[in-house]
Design a protein around this ligand. Structure first.
Ligand code: FMN
Length: 166
């Protein structure tokens, strides 16, 4: 059984959202090929808080965490990311960047001792990451496309995940 973590970050409903339609198509293709379990997160419904002072202190802490500190990390469900064999992310281009709600999700993925060890070795299951992006204009082969894709590459390469497809 392969685990797919399917994330959408457009606020638009599926019938209007191109990135949502694309991400769903990728999930459908994977589901035809493998026996899968899909976990779906629409970030506009998840209401993940922004990281704050407490979160940063706890997430990057090197010594073992107290129970109270562990509670701070419970504002975010990270296990589905750790376990996934495939990650499929719908991402519109907003102001030449990724949507802030998706950036917020990614910020929560860096947790010492849980997703990263102290030497920045990944602790997560190796996975293929598919980015289903949409934009108003066509930037094929242009600097804008490279920068946009580069944001995902850098963020996930830091977690030692290099199999990223656009
Ligand atoms: C706030 C906002 C910012 C946008 N910025 C850009 C942009 O910088 N470049 C671009 O080509 N399209 C831009 N667009 C257009 C969207 O990328 C495009 O409509 C895309 O299909 C939206 O994704 P969705 O269909 O999944 O909602 C922007 C749209 C919005 C709402």
């Amino acid at each position: 059984m392969k685990k797919i973590l399917h994330i959408d970050s457009s606020p638009r409903i599926s019938l209007d959202s191109i990135s949502k339609q694309l991400s769903q198509k990728i999930v459908n293709i994977l589901s035809e090929k493998y026996d899968v379990e899909v976990i779906y997160k629409d970030l506009h419904k998840e209401k993940i808080p922004f990281i704050d002072n407490d979160w940063v202190n706890v997430a990057y802490k090197k010594t073992p965490r107290t129970d109270k500190e562990k509670k701070v990390l419970e504002c975010f469900e990270v296990q589905s990311f750790i376990d996934a064999d495939f990650m499929v992310m719908g991402s519109p281009m907003y102001d030449f960047n990724i949507p802030s709600i998706l950036k917020n999700y990614i910020e929560h993925l860096y947790i010492s001792g849980i997703t990263l060890d102290y030497k920045y070795k990944s602790l997560v299951n190796p996975k293929k990451i598919y980015i289903a992006s949409s934009a108003g204009w066509n930037y094929k082969g242009k600097e804008v496309e490279k920068d946009f894709e580069g944001m995902f590459r850098k963020a996930f390469e830091f977690l030692r995940l290099k199999d990223i497809f656009f």
